[in-house]
Design a binder for this molecule. Structure first.
Ligand SMILES: [Cu+2]
Length: 174
């Protein structure tokens, strides 16, 4: 291999590394937390109620490979999130939400205009990722998630301060 081919190969490698990193950051659905599920394949429905600042139930048990349909209801007085991910994913998402906290989340309300705003890199605060919902008080939405394999997985609220206040729960594998 001559020098110019080496350079091309090195450039290609670094580009795919960038693409991988961007994908992991943007989607919020790494392999270790599972993947979006199909409602028709859900083995059961789990209702998760959100309060200020905790979940009911506080933990769930699933089987590796199981698809669960979550019905998430916000019974609190604040905006809350239900987000399935690894602790590392939650931490990254908390940093994102911290940046826009004052505009998008106003106590018990969401600023929907601001949520649709492009934050650059194709990111927005829309929260239409398949692994999460962000709800105002009284709202209810579904998340269908497939827990493909055992992992260190939590469901968590990444509204600034809520995770720190204990608003997360463990996903235990049977
Ligand atoms: Cu919360």
């Amino acid at each position: 291999m001559n020098a110019s081919k080496l350079i091309v190969a090195a450039a290609a490698m670094s580009m795919s590394a960038v693409t991988l990193a961007a994908g992991a950051h943007g989607g919020g659905h790494g392999a270790s937390s599972g993947e979006p599920g199909k409602a028709s394949e859900a083995s059961r429905t789990i209702t998760v109620e959100m309060y200020d600042n905790y979940y009911e139930p506080e933990e769930i048990s699933v089987k590796p490979g199981e698809t669960v349909r979550f019905v998430v209801e916000n019974k609190g007085n604040l905006v809350h999130e239900f987000n399935v991910g690894t602790p590392g994913m939650h931490e990254a998402h908390q940093e994102e939400m911290m940046m826009v906290e004052h505009g998008v989340i106003q106590g018990g309300k969401l600023n929907h205009d601001m949520m649709n705003m492009d934050m650059g890199n194709g990111h927005s605060m829309k929260h239409d990722d398949p692994n999460s919902v962000l709800l105002e008080p009284g709202q209810s939405k579904e998340v269908v998630w497939k827990f493909t394999e055992k992992g260190d997985i939590e469901f968590a609220c990444n509204v600034p301060g809520h995770y720190q206040a204990g608003m997360y729960g463990d996903v235990n594998f049977e």
